[in-house]
Structure formats: C-alpha cells, structure tokens
Ligand binder design. Sequence first.
Ligand code: PEP
Length: 253
Amino acid sequence: MRTPFVVGNWKLNKTIAESLALVTDLKNQLGAVKGVAVGVAPVFSALHSVAKRLEGSSIATCGQNCHYEASGAWTGEVSAPLLADAGASWVIVGHSERRQFFGDTSESVGKKARAVLAANLGAIVCVGELLAERDAGRTLAVVDEQLAGGLAGIDAAGAAKIVIAYEPVWAIGTGRTATPAQAQEVHAHIRAWLANRFGAATADTIRIQYGGSVKPSNAEALMSEKDIDGALVGGASLEAADFIAIVKAARPS
Ligand code: PEP
C-alpha cells in the first residue's frame, strides 16, 4: 500500500517567525497522526529555520524549486545540494507557476528532477493542463508530454524517490476543484503511463498527489479515490487548522 503524502506549498508567503509559528503548531498537533506522510515547503529564506524546528518530527521540509546545476554562476538560484544542506529532503519541480511565469519547460523540469535525485532528495514532479487544453480535449496528451520530459533519464531506482503531483492549472488558487472522478481519471492515466515506463510493480508504489484548491471540505472525497495518494496544498496549507484537517482526511480508512 502507498502511504499518502500531503505537502503544504507555502509559495511566496510567511516570514521566518510566521513560518516557525505554523510549523510548531503542525509539529505539536500532527505528532500522533499515523499512516500519512507530511511535508511543508517554505520560502527559501525560512527553509533552514523550519527544518531545524522540525528536527525530531516526521514532517519533511521541502524546497519549492531548484536550479538544475549544483553550483556556479547562476545569480539568484538555489541548487538541490544546497537545499539538502539547508535541511530539505524533498524538492517540488515543475509547479505550474514556475512553468507559467519563470520559463520552466518539460525539458528543464526533467533536468531539475535529475538534479534533485542526484542530491539524494525526493522530487515532487508537477504536471497539469491549462483550462484551454482541457476544453480542447488535450488533458491526457499534455500530461503525457510533461511526464515524458519531467521523468526523462530517470530509471526505476530513481522512480522510487519520485512523487507525481497532478495539478490542473485551472484549479490552482481558483477555488475550483476537479471533481474526484475528473481527478481519478487523470491519476489512473498517469499510473498507466508510469507502468508502461517503469513496469507495473514500480508504478504501483509511486504516489500521485492531487493539487488544486484542496480544502478540508473536499479533501476526503478526493483522497478516497483509488489512485489519489495525498495532496499538494497551496492556500489551505497556510492555516494550521485547515492543513491538519486535510492531513487527517488522507488517513487510509
Ligand atoms: C499549488 O499551488 O500547488 C496549489 C494546489 O494551490 P491551491 O491549493 O491554492 O490551489
């Protein structure tokens, strides 16, 4: 069985003090929750402090993005080994905001994912279609193209350190969620793609998170779908009570 993985993506929010306050609440209140893996992705400036505060807990600290090179003349960037040095154990790559506003492509997402694995971290590889692509019936083709690029050069051993996040772009930060059936259709397709690429046994172990306006009121219905193995949560991860409710909704029944 796959252990669901719920990650809070804080995006460009929270000072160090605010991050520590939130993570202290999570550490205190999620200690007893079993059967769900949990992570938070703070801004880079707070990541080391958050990782230190989370020492001794099972909550993972995640980077929101990284550069594909380890070091060098790349002003303003942060690399996977440096995120590891700061205390991260996972890195999100290919988030739709990176693709939309910062020029990430399927090819560069693949380079980033390989860099994350080379640094001995886990990679959360995001995929998802725009509304126009869904309306044009291109959802599955778009996801296939993003998976092919994002997982290029990764073998079955590397796949063990990969999580896929399916995030329909039209559902991110909009309050509009995919229905559980809409999400499950794409998740099942992603698992079939993974089976074709890595073999069915490996595909069965890879977690596929759903992301896009997940909140306490819709989390349980989404995560009770067979191929939905947790969530990548934006807005609702900024409040401890909402995020904790979502984590509890992911518990296998
Ligand atoms: C996200 O940014 O990954 C996300 C899913 O955001 P939200 O939950 O706010 O839609």
